[in-house]
Write a protein that binds this ligand. Sequence first.
Ligand code: HGY
Ligand code: MN
Ligand code: MN
Length: 412
Amino acid sequence: MKLHIDFPRLRRDLTELGAIGRTAEGGVSRPSFSEADMRARRWLLDRIAAAGLAARVDAAGNIFARLGGDGPAVMVGSHLDTVPNGGTLDGALGVLAGLECLRRIRELGLPLRHPLELVAFTDEEGRFGGFFGSYALTGALTPGDIPGIKDTQGERIVDVMARHGLDAMQAPSARRDPAEIRAYVELHIEQGPVLEANRVPIGLVEAIVGIHRIGVTFHGRADHAGTTPIPDRKDALLGAADLIRRGRDLVLAEGTPASRLTVGVVQVKPGVANIVPAEVFLTYELREVSAEMLRELAAESRALIAEVAEAAGLTASVETILDIPPVPLADAVKDAILAATKELGCAYMRLSAMAGHDAQVIGRVAPAGMIFVSSKDGRSHSPLEFTADDEIERGANVLLLTLHRLAADGGS
Ligand code: HGY
Ligand code: MN
Ligand code: MN
C-alpha cells in the first residue's frame, strides 16, 4: 500500500482551526496578530507538541517544527493568518497538511536523509503589507523598514507585536542562511477557476504572479458642500474616481489577460457628507506574471496618477507598499511533485499562481514549489471558499509523497 496521510486527523485539524476567528457569515477573520491569530498560533503550538515535535518561534513570529537532525531542511508550510472574513483553507491547508506529513512520517518511522521542517509564516495576507515572516526569513526585511510598517488603520507593527510581548525590531534576526533550505513546498487551494474548469484535481505551479501594490494619496481642499461651486473645488475623491476608472482602462488596453488591477481600500477625509473631500488614500494593486509587463504597467500607472491629479487640481503622493516580482518555481521541486502525482496516478496540469504566496519569497533564495487543489467556483478571500474533502486528501497525499522524495531519496 502506498504512503498516505491520515485524512480524518487532518480533517479534524482543519475544522478546529477553522473555528478560530469564525465570523457570522461562516468565514474566518484572523488578521495577523489579532486575538484570533494569536489563538490560532497557540492552538498550532499545542498540535505540534501533541505530535511529539518541538516547536520554535522566531523573532518575526514564524512558527517552526522540525523532524530529523541537522543540515539543510526540506521545508513545508504556508500561513495561519487570513483576510477579514476569508475562507478556512487559504493558508491553513498548507500548514496543517504539512504538519500531517511530518506526523505521518514520524509515526511510520520512515528514515530521512534530510530533515523536514514545518513553517507557519507571519502576516502573509498583508495586514502589515504582507510576507512579513518570509521576508524576515530570507533577509529581505531591514531594520529601517520596520518602524514605518502599519496597517490601514494606522496601527504600527511595532506597537501591535509589543502588545503580544514581541519586539518587531528584532525580526531581521529571523534571517536564515538560504543554504539551510534544501527545498520549500507549499500546498494551497488554487483560489481561481482553472483546475475546476479543466476537471483536473492537481495543479503543478510553474510561476507565481508578481505584485506591485502602492498607496496613493490625493490631496485636495475641504470646502462647504453648499456654498462652493463645483468648478471651484479641489475634490480629492474626484481624482480617486478618475484613477480607478482610467487605471482599469489602462490595464485592459495595455496589459495581458493575466494582468490585474484592484483598488481595495479607499479612505476619504474628513468623510463628512457636507464637506468636499480634502484627502483620499487608496491602495492600487497591479499583478502580472510577466516581470516586464508589471514594470510597464507600474510606470504607466504612475504617469496616470500625476495626470488625473493635475486635471482635478490636486497633488498626489505615492508610497510603495509591496513590490514583489513574479517568480518561476524550481525544476527540482516541480519534478518531485510530478513524480508524486504519477505515483498516485492522478491527473495534473501546469498553471500559474495568480495569488501571492510565501513560496514566491522563499523561491527567490532557495528551490521552491507549489501544489494546487481546485477551488469550487474559483472562490477565495470569501466565506464561500470551498474544496471537497477528497480533493484535499489527494492534494495532501501528493504533498506527502513529494516531501518524502525530497527528504528521503533526494541524493547527497
Ligand atoms: O493577496 C494574495 O494574493 C494572497 O492571498 N495573500
Ligand atoms: Mn489569501
Ligand atoms: Mn494563502
